[in-house]
Design a protein around this ligand. Structure first.
Ligand SMILES: [Zn+2]
Ligand SMILES: [Zn+2]
Length: 305
């Protein structure tokens, strides 16, 4: 009898990155392109095209945003020592720049906004700094329901620009993985979805993608992002009529905590975790009806809207 020894692949000299910081020059422009692509022939095409306009406005605002002040070296070292996020969503001093970003985004999209959105933008324009900051606090504490919930996606879009600028400026040398695998190592926020990458040394690896700052961090495949369980994980996707996005997007459901998060596959399409998530809301309805609750928000969506 002969036995064959399994071939053990030689490890590449450089370990795959645990964290991928966003590229400020492309993150929102590629997302805007993907929204445009997904809008074609989609039953929610008008809405997806409007989101493309918002995302394009985020790109432009980010290119002209003054570099945000980062924590100093001692503060960064302390955060790392205690395994804490570096730009925590709930306590990083965010300054006033995000409100300028909000104005820029509103000005850029008001001409193409649907009627209801135009009214929301007009209301936002009448808010003073105190009311805007109160809306920002709700976004950053993921309190996305209640009065004025329709205004929160615009506020979130502006905050995403600021936090993405901060994350990009820190870069992968500064952002280290945390002990808690389900939250962003840069800002402590929740993931919007996860991405299975298909290029270079990160090929076939899965990364959670931050809903706020666009940082990605590695999580092994077949593991719940909310409770860490490895057992009872399964995948659902839309069988039909979902367009080209459907096959590239699955919902990863967990029997232990009855939560789910979507997973997008780069090998199947030029996916974007935020855009492809919103183009597959039918999948959310499917898993919601099966009894699973989503474990990370998409900040461009008004829940129940
Ligand atoms: Zn983050
Ligand atoms: Zn779970």
């Amino acid at each position: 009898m002969t036995t064959t020894t399994p071939v053990i692949p030689i490890k590449s000299s450089s370990e795959p990155a645990h964290v991928i910081a966003p590229d400020a020059t492309t993150i929102f422009s590629l997302r805007a392109e993907r929204f445009e692509q997904l809008a074609a022939g989609h039953s929610l095409g008008d809405w997806l095209r409007f989101l493309a306009a918002i995302t394009h406005a985020q790109h432009q605002a980010l290119q002209s945003l003054p570099a945000p002040a980062l924590p100093d070296a001692a503060q960064l070292a302390r955060a790392r020592e205690h395994r804490m996020p570096l730009l925590p969503a709930q306590s990083w001093p965010r300054g006033a720049a995000w409100r300028d970003v909000l104005q820029q985004i509103a000005a850029a999209v008001s001409g193409v906004a649907p009627q209801a959105a135009r009214q929301d933008l007009a209301r936002l324009a009448g808010f003073d700094a105190e009311r805007l900051e109160a809306l920002a606090e709700r976004v950053l504490h993921t309190e996305l329901y209640g009065e004025d919930a329709a205004l929160l996606p615009y506020v979130a879009a502006a905050l995403q620009v600021l936090w993405t600028a901060g994350a990009a400026r820190l870069g992968i040398d500064e952002i280290k993985a945390l002990d808690v695998p389900g939250v962003c190592p840069c800002c402590g926020f929740l993931p919007v979805a996860s991405v299975v990458r298909n290029s270079g040394e990160v090929s076939n690896l899965r990364y959670l993608h931050c809903a706020l700052c666009n940082t990605e961090w590695n999580l092994v495949r077949v593991k719940c992002a909310a409770c860490d369980a490895n057992d009872g994980i399964s995948y659902r996707h839309l069988e039909t009529a979902g367009g080209p996005a459907a096959d590239a997007v699955r919902a990863e459901t967990c029997e232990s905590c009855k939560s789910y998060l979507k997973i997008v596959y780069q090998e199947k399409a030029p996916v974007d975790p935020v855009a492809d998530d919103l183009a597959t809301l039918a999948l959310d309805i499917l898993v919601d009806e099966a009894g699973y609750a989503r474990c990370g928000p998409n900040l461009l969506l008004v829940p129940g809207g």
